[in-house]
Design a protein around this ligand. Structure first.
Ligand code: GLC
Length: 735
């Protein structure tokens, strides 16, 4: 079902037409103009406030300096008063948002309220795990709940639009923005996309506890060659339609009210001026009725792409292609009027874009309710209910990668903790940390203290190269068990953070080896925003806990898992390579004519193992599960899958049962297997449950050599199990 239809209703259309009749050309162009701040610190943040934020640790010295340098002397209030700005990016503080709305509503000629947007990707003040971590929950309810809380806190801050969810499928761990999405699989990312739109927007866009969502980055941004951010994406149309577009179609069908174009060119055409994407796919095929916003500065950057001679040319192309709002490049505000006077564009071109913007402003209830209760936020931010969900989502995002039985630990033992990341709160918040701040975040050390654990701590080793072996040997001398916190700083993933080398940085491996050589039991806890090449670390550890960047409650969640209060249930949504050279690497690859094998003349690297370090879907538990009795039954439009799952261990656990399908023979090469369904099941020791799922026949369609979407009859092999290496399978002929 496509929820876009609700935006195209007679009442809203009548309001739009009435406003269009009254608006001057400057006022119309103003609605297409979004102004963003210069670096951290928003707009008119006062020096006093900045000093307070610095002293309280809410911003670093660097952020303080950026903010002082980037402060606006005025808030462009006059331009708002004249109706020359329709939306803002990055205004922080409910008082500032209300002030801007009052100017727009009370002091401009037509009183059109503002859209005020910010990247609230995984939390506003209560910060949830980064999306790549949260996706390891494989839980649509959780995805929806966390974004619903994020929306509630965000709405209370005066912000009414988030630039999220980010739903770029990512197959290359060198690309820093892999941190922001749901990993390498299209189906899981599509489930994530739908749940996030529901959470942010709810059923009614005008609900004061909801905000406008923005599915980004449209499209194939994650296909950047070499994993280098902003690089070209050169992919077949079949891959665009089979891998990168489906999550956006899912978001649009769920009612996403806005879409953001991506920086990259797609096969030579910048997405920002790509009429095929916006007119053919988005508007015509998907019936999208929301608004399209460019990424920051992306319209102006078409000059750098070499496809626009200047910003006027870029503005012309972007408007004609279907961009409605120019984010922070001033290409529209500087050039649209001139283009109209020169007859290069028509008033209809402008009215189409203005209508899309007004439509979402009307549908979000802003005309009736532009202001925010300034006392609401502090009652909501980091309240117990929100912190509890932050802790629950965090521990469910943790993936146990290795355990020789050392975990879970008893709480009454003495342990040593090393690695600077154990005591770094801000690093737990990851990229796009919203308004999350240091003193409201629980580090691993905080968590150990709060849980009454008897431990000694010495950093001994930094991420970026410091290592004091002598201090290490001293601090671990009197203990049998060591927890080592290693990984990345949060600014080593996210935007503009691509790495050519994803080995464990600095001398962290040296530290782990030194602990191993001392014969200690080593529990390595990873803090990272991407898969890392951690083969050496795994070999030197008794247990490896993937703790990503888990947000406000990171330390408590990690303790819940390490001390057995929660049985880890996370499952990887990205493949972990053995080394950087294997990137890009993903499970749903095609077979090739010489499938990977020990045979020399086969598809592989001579200097790398044949299988990844950890496969997609992988994750250990403190118990174990047995799969039996796989039954497939065909119906007209779907295949039902039934399997018995038993908990054969001694503790209760939650398993994610995964169904993968291989199209055995087709007119184009098909992936060796693709995730088509999954379901979580909680089992007590020895308990058996029959888990039933359905695979729609339509989900087995693909694009043939002529780009026709087809279903081809034949044999399909269904694999059911614990991860993408599942061997329990059955073949069924589907006609
Ligand atoms: C950035 C990002 C985009 C974000 C926007 C506004 O460059 O690419 O994801 O929403 O600018 O902050």
């Amino acid at each position: 079902m496509n929820l876009q239809e609700k935006y195209n209703n007679p009442i809203t259309n009548e309001k739009i037409n009435k406003l269009l009749d009254e608006m001057t050309i400057d006022e119309k162009i103003g609605q297409l103009n979004q102004v963003g701040p210069s670096p951290v610190g928003g707009f008119e943040i006062s020096l006093k406030e900045l000093d307070k934020m610095l002293k309280s640790g809410r911003i670093s010295q660097q952020e303080y300096e950026n903010s002082v340098r980037g402060m606006y002397s005025d808030l462009r209030e006059e331009e708002v008063r004249q109706g020359k700005i329709g939306s803002f990016l990055g205004v922080k503080g409910v008082d500032k948002c209300n002030k801007l709305q009052h100017i727009a509503v009370d002091e401009s000629r037509l009183g059109i309220p503002l859209l005020i947007g910010l990247d609230i990707v995984h939390g506003y003040r209560t910060i949830f795990p980064i999306p790549l971590a949260e996706s390891c929950c494989w839980d649509e309810d959780m995805f929806e709940k966390t974004s619903s809380i994020a929306a509630k806190e965000t709405a209370a801050s005066g912000i009414n639009w988030t630039f999220a969810p980010m739903i770029d499928v990512a197959r290359d761990a060198r690309w820093g923005r892999i941190a922001e999405g749901a990993g390498e699989d299209t189906y899981l990312t599509s489930c994530f996309a739908k749940a996030k739109v529901r959470g942010f927007q709810g059923n009614e866009l005008s609900n004061p506890e909801k905000i406008i969502s923005c599915a980004k980055h449209f499209v194939a941004y994650g296909a950047a060659i070499g994993g280098r951010d902003y690089n070209t994406a050169d992919v077949s149309l079949q891959t665009v339609f089979e891998t990168y577009l489906p999550p956006f179609e899912a978001a649009v069908n769920e009612g996403a009210a806005s879409i953001m174009s991506s920086f990259n060119d797609l096969n030579g055409v910048p997405c920002t001026t790509n009429s095929f994407l916006f007119q053919e796919i988005l508007r015509k095929n998907w019936k999208f009725n929301g608004l399209v916003v460019s990424d920051a500065g992306a319209i102006g950057e078409c000059v750098n792409h070499g496809t626009a001679s200047d910003k006027k040319d870029a503005a012309y192309q972007a408007l004609k292609a279907g961009i409605d709002i120019d984010m922070n490049s001033s290409s529209f505000s500087d050039n649209i009027k001139l283009l109209l006077e020169q007859g290069k564009i028509t008033i209809d071109d402008i009215d189409r874009a203005v209508s899309n913007v007004l439509r979402i402003k009307i549908e979000s209830g802003l005309f009736e309710n532009p202001y925010t209760d300034e006392a609401l936020g502090e009652k909501l931010y980091l309240c117990e209910e929100h912190k509890s969900l932050a802790r629950d989502s965090a521990r469910k995002s943790i993936v146990l990668l290795k355990n020789d039985g050392v975990l879970p630990l008893e709480k009454n033992i003495k342990i040593a903790v090393v690695g600077e990341l154990a005591n770094m709160r801000l690093e737990m918040l990851g990229t796009w940390r919203g308004m999350g701040c240091e003193q409201e975040t629980v580090s691993l050390i905080d968590g150990l203290r709060e849980n009454g654990i008897n431990f000694v701590f010495e950093p001994c080793c930094s991420v970026d190269g410091f290592f004091d072996k002598e201090k290490l040997l001293t601090v671990i001398k009197d203990v049998d068990i060591v927890i080592a916190a290693v990984g990345e700083y949060q600014n080593m993933s996210g935007e503009a953070a691509s790495l050519r080398n994803i080995d464990l940085h600095g001398r962290q491996n040296e530290m782990l080896k030194a602990i191993f050589d001392e014969g200690k039991k080593l529990i390595t806890v990873l803090f990272n925003g991407r898969p890392l090449a951690i083969t050496e670390a795994v070999n030197n550890s008794n247990a490896v806990v993937e703790a990503w960047q888990l947000g406000s409650q990171a330390g408590n969640a990690i303790c819940d898992v390490i001390f057995g209060d929660y049985n880890p249930s996370g499952r990887l949504t990205t493949t972990f390579p053995n080394n950087s050279g294997e990137c890009p690497i993903y499970y749903n690859h095609v077979s090739t004519g010489r499938p990977t094998s020990e045979i020399k003349h086969s598809c592989k690297y001579m200097d790398s193992p044949l299988t990844p370090l950890f496969p997609f879907g992988f994750g250990l538990s403190y118990t174990d599960y047995q799969y039996d009795n796989l039954v497939l039954s065909k119906a007209k439009d779907e295949i039902s899958v039934s399997v018995d799952v038993r908990n054969i261990g001694s503790v209760e656990g939650t398993e994610t049962v995964q169904v993968y399908v291989k199209d055995c023979v087709a007119s184009r090469t098909r992936p060796v297997r693709e995730l088509k369904a999954f379901k979580k099941v909680t089992l007590k020791p020895s308990e058996l449950k029959t888990v039933k799922m359905v695979v729609p026949k339509d989900s087995l369609m693909f694009y043939d050599a002529n780009m026709k979407k087809v279903f081809e009859t034949g044999d399909f092999e269904f694999f059911v199990g614990h991860d993408s290496t599942a061997v329990l399978s059955k073949i069924v002929t589907i006609d």
